[in-house]
Structures are given as C-alpha cells and as structure tokens.
Ligand binder design. Sequence first.
Ligand SMILES: [Zn+2]
Length: 376
Amino acid sequence: MLRTGCLLFALFSSSAFAAVPSVKVLIAKSLNNVVVEGMDLRKTIHTHRRSQQYNGRKTISFNCRPGPRKLSMRQTPLLVASLSSPTGLISWGKKKYQGELQLLSDSQSKSCDLVNSIPLEAYITTLLAKEMHGSWPVEALKAQAVAARTYAFERLRKPISSRLYDLESSEKDQVSGTFFDATENTLRASKETEGEILVGPTGKISPAFFHSKCGGKTLRPDQVWGGVEEGYRSVNCTFCQKTGMKDWNGKIRNTKLVGMIDRVLKKYYSDNISDSNIKIMPDSMANSELRLYAGDRLHIVKKSYLRNLAGREVLPSNNFIMSMKNDQVHVEGQGYGHGVGLCQLGALELAKRGYDYRQILSFYFPRHKIKTAYHQ
Ligand SMILES: [Zn+2]
C-alpha cells in the first residue's frame, strides 16, 4: 500500500542558490567534422594562449582532424571552440539546442566531441520527453524532473577536473532531448518543480536514480553497484505490473555461464573460477546475489555484475532467478532496467490514480526530502 499518510517531505529554501546553474552535456563523440547553423552565430576559438571571437555567420564548419591539434600542445582533451547565437538556439544537423555548443578535441586530437552547455531547467524540460514521454501525466513528469535534476545537480557539485562536461546524454547517465522535444506537460513539470532536488535523511544530496520498470520491487544502490547511498530502501511496487515489458525468461548454455562467472570474478572480486563443473544454489527474486558451487568451492556474485557483462538483451533487469536444467541455465526475470530508485512505469500508474509528485517520490524514496536548491 502507498503510505499517503506518511509523507516525510519538507520544502525549505534556507540554502537556495540565486540563479539556475548550467550543465554541460556530452551529446556526441568522435566526430570527424561538425557543421552548426543559426542566426548571427558567435564563434569563439580557444587556443592555449588566447581566445578569438568571430560574429555574424549563419553556418560554421569544423574539420576535426587534424585541425584541433594545431591549437594546443597539451595532450589532454581541451575546449576548441564555443558556439552560440543571440536567439539562444543553435542547430547541429536536424537537432536544435538551447544554450551553447562546445567543441572538444579528444586526447589525440583525432576527432571532436560535442557538448551542449544549457541551463539546468531547460535541460530538464527536454529530458522529460526522452526519459518518460511528453504526453505523460504532469505529476509523473514532475517526479521524474526532481529525480533527474537531483542526478544532474549532484554531478555539478562534484565536477571531475579532467572532464570538460558534467553528464553524458546516454543511458550511462540520463538521456537528454533537444529543443523540439519539450511539450506543454514537460514545461509545466519543470516549471512547477523549479530548483527542487532530493536530499537524504541528513540533508546530504544523494544521487537520485531511476529506471524503466522494477517488475515488483525496487533495489538499493548497494545491491546493484556495491556503494552505499544514504536513505535508500527497497520498496515493493505493484504499480508497474500491467504496463511495459512482460515478465521475461531465457536460457543460457552452462559453458557460457561458466565464462560469464569467471569474467565477473576476475573483474569485481579479483578471483577466478577453478572448476567448470558448476551447480547453482536455490535462487529467489529476493536474492540480489547468485550463489553457486564451482566444483566444491562456493562463489557468491552480484546478479547486477552478471547483467553488466551479459548485456540487457540477455538480462533485461537485475530482478531474476537462475536455475539449472540439464546442460542449460534457465532465467526468469521481471522488469527492465537496474531497478534502483524511481520506477518510471510505476510513477505513471500512480499519477493516473491521482497521486501527486510528492507522494510518488515519497513512495520510491521514503526517507528522502525535497529541498529547493536554487531560484530563477
Ligand atoms: Zn515498479
């Protein structure tokens, strides 16, 4: 049951920032050339000594090899050029972006990476259409907005000096959209939660994770990645059961599983499998680890590590059971995605039933609170 009477959320703004921060999102990698278009484009070329600015173009082309090599003697990725327009919009191919596009050279200066520097609220507005859908109920989108904003904000607070961007637009971080992906609902969801992020029970900003469909229960970060994040709980979620990917199953050859287990042991446990004669111990959905004997030696491995190696086609989620029948391993699973934090299809169902975004977030993040991190 959803605990509607136990909302732990509080809205406070004592430590709010004055302005909306910008986030740098990697949108494309390893480009040989880049052509951007816009009105009255402003181009700033960055060299290791100075910056030169050019104004008034409609189209700007870059040959990414070997040009950027001449710009610097440094052997690390570096900012080659910044591109913007007084209109606030700039096009790369058929995609239109808000904010600024930045060209980075790779460490060997053989190609370019493209980064979009964009105000965080505009980023959230377009992201919602990709991570959920622009037509979904506003309260589901608002829950996603707070989670995605928290994820991005946490990265902004912990920049990595060797990296010239904060996030990737991919499933590795979160998938962002472009200007035309925004809808009336995504704009509302971003506006009505402006600056709001999740904090843990002690006020610490913790990364707010989300996934497509938990399939029955969410997982804690430590069950999937090993690191402990403040305030997470595994919650039973029945709200996603009727939508999205159905319960799934598959078969893996014994010999293939032996190879997978060996790679997991080497990569994550500094160990290896010593006997290819394996026996899987009785498993259940409640177990986030698989127990198996290789010969007479017991190995315990995280199911999520197996999924990392096997891929999403073989293991769509971390909620699965493995069992052995003859020379094959049978897998039965539920859901899609890593299973930590907000269940997107569960949030959709809750919003359809009339729950607001605070209730949705308090269900999936029962010990977290909402805090306003900045104002427009
Ligand atoms: Zn769910």
